[in-house]
Write a protein that binds this ligand. Structure first.
Ligand code: GRF
Length: 223
């Protein structure tokens, strides 16, 4: 039986921009998720602050629009840089932003404009280890668990409300690189789950998932 078109549930995915500065492996995980049926976001723009960001080619290969807004062109004027970004976002009718390894601190002006509509992935179990060199710092602190967090972006760097987290073990022979690689596997699972929850505004349900991959054990807890 054919269902009349008017009776079909409306599929109206949120128009997503992903900001990158580097490799873009989290960006790829998000783009892959967005290809799934019924995923509630649709990537309309990948924005990088440098032309050398490796993720740009990966996005283009998937047919996603890309743009470079080079922060260096604006000297130290952060707001001018962000006004240029904002113009691109408006050009593409962007509704939601996912920062994925975007290495620029944003001003209160931009953050205020996108409050509640901009999320970030950070490679630590926040509020532990905000900032840089998180893997090295977790090893130095003799942590037994480490991981990643997806959170809303607010004025304090790496401080916004947490949407979801994934934890991985730290083994005695770990180096910052081996630990980073383990965390990255978890990041790629966590970020799409948290983006989906954030754009659907569905943060009351919760789930915990344990990986069945013995090489990359982790626990993920996201709405
Ligand atoms: C990730 O570890 C992310 O948590 C951090 O920067 C790294 C970016 O990696 N913010 P990639 O560009 O997504 O591969």
């Amino acid at each position: 039986m054919n269902v009349p078109v008017n009776d079909l549930p409306e599929y109206n995915p949120t128009r997503l921009a992903i900001f990158i500065s580097g490799t873009g492996s989290n960006m790829e995980a998000l783009l892959e998720a967005c290809e799934e049926d019924d995923y509630p976001a649709k990537p309309v723009l990948v924005l990088a602050n440098k032309a050398s960001a490796g993720g740009l080619e990966k996005a283009k290969a998937r047919g996603i629009q890309t743009v470079v807004v080079d922060h260096k062109v604006f000297g130290g004027d952060r707001e001018a840089f962000e006004h240029a970004i904002q113009a691109e976002l408006e050009k593409h009718d962007v509704e939601f932003i996912a920062l994925a390894g975007f290495m620029r601190v944003l001003t209160p002006w931009f953050i205020g404009k996108w409050e509640g509509k901009m999320i970030n992935i950070h490679p630590s179990l926040l509020p532990s280890f905000p900032g840089l060199h998180t893997h090295q710092r977790a090893i130095a602190a003799k942590c037994r668990l480490h991981g990643c967090s997806v959170h809303y972006v607010t004025a304090g760097v790496d401080e916004g409300p947490i949407i979801g987290q994934a934890a991985v073990p730290i083994f005695p022979d770990d180096t910052p690189d081996t630990l980073a690689a383990r965390v990255l596997v978890a990041e790629h699972k966590l970020y799409p789950a948290c983006l989906e929850a954030a754009v659907s505004d569905d943060q009351n349900s919760s789930y915990v998932q344990m990986s069945d991959d013995p090489d990359a054990p982790f626990i993920i807890s996201a709405p």
